[in-house]
Structures are given as structure tokens and as C-alpha cells.
Ligand binder design. Sequence first.
Ligand code: 5RP
Length: 220
Amino acid sequence: MDATEKKRNAARASLEFIEPGTVLGVGTGSTVNCLIELLPQVRDRIERVVSSSRASTELLQAEGFEVVTLNEAGGELDLYIDGADESTKRLHLIKGGGGALTREKVLAGAARRFVCIVDDSKLVGMLGSFPLPIEVLPMAQAFVAKRLLKLRGQPVWREGFVTDNGNHILDVQDLQITNPLELENRLNQIPGVVTVGIFAQRPADILLISSDAGVRELRA
Ligand code: 5RP
């Protein structure tokens, strides 16, 4: 089975978590794009949709959904569905490969339930093989990069990329993320850091992992 088929299967499995009257948050990325294609099948169960990026908003609108802001939804979601770049069995994640990590973290925080959809290549023993995305204020980029070097990370500027919030991304290689909760906290203290791509303070609640053998579910 190819990677796209696995992503589609994970996305399909997440539809069962959409109950009648759901205020739904939609993430960003190729796995979520599969979900957006399937969402019209459960349109009657969706009360409102909030999106984590301009890219997902455009796709949702193309499927005929009216997208509202999180403020318009009252600051709360019943369910948030999104992909990830890496996940551990404890459902700690690295996100931000698509650069939408800030709005994704807000929606994950606002959601009563966060369902993460991945193919089996994303399940890891320890986070950090995937370079850790960090969204930074453009004026603080060099300063934050120096602080990251002191922590023995190798920050690489995602050149030419500007986030939906007008900021820059540093992709940090070579971090040994043995304690995701602690590192997320520590990196959040660096002035100029907008969002750290570790989702450990607010991990996923349910991880749907798609493989050749089918889709299995892990719960936090
Ligand atoms: C975007 C993200 C995505 O969830 C992550 O990059 C996974 O993307 P894909 O489903 O394309 O592998 O965090 O900011």
C-alpha cells in the first residue's frame, strides 16, 4: 500500500469521531487533505468548521463548507483532527512540517478531543529525527537561533517561507528530545519564540495509525 492510501485510510477512520452537531477543527497537511476530501460524506453531522491554515480553508471552501473563525465558534471545539510529523506511543507529537503549527496548537488547545491521523512511518520511539519546527518573530530569528545552538540544536532557517501569521520558521536538527514536556516548556521561554512544534503539554487524545495491516488506535 502506498503512503497516500495509508493517509486516506487514517483519514477515513477519523470520520467516526464526528458526531451529530460537532464543531470541528481541521488541521493542515497531506493527510488532512485526504480528510477534507472525505468530509462531504459527513456534512450533516458538522455544525461548524474552523481551519488551522489558509491552505485548509481554501480546500474546505472548495468542498462547499463555510469556515468560521475560532472566535466565531466561541473559542471551543468539540473535536480537532490533524496529522503529525512524528508521534510517540505517549501521543507526544512533532508538528509544523507544513508551517501551520501556531494555529494548529491553538485549535488543539481549544478542542475537547484531539484525534491525530498518521501513517505508520510517523510512529517513533523518541521525537527528534524530524527537524523540530519553531515559529519565530522575524526580528528575533538570529537571537533565537543562537539560543538553540547553546542547547546543541542545529537551527536551519526555512528560507523563503512565511507563516500565515507573518513569521519565520527555524527547523532544528540534532535535538535529543528525551523529555518532550520539559523541552517544550524550556523552548517556550526563549523571547521571540512564537510556537514550538512539540505537542506534549497538549498531546493528542487518540492516535489513528494506518499501516498495511489496517488502522489501529492508541489512546493517551
Ligand atoms: C502542518 C503539520 C502537519 O500535520 C504535518 O506536517 C504532517 O503533514 P502530512 O500529513 O503532510 O505528513 O503539522 O503544520
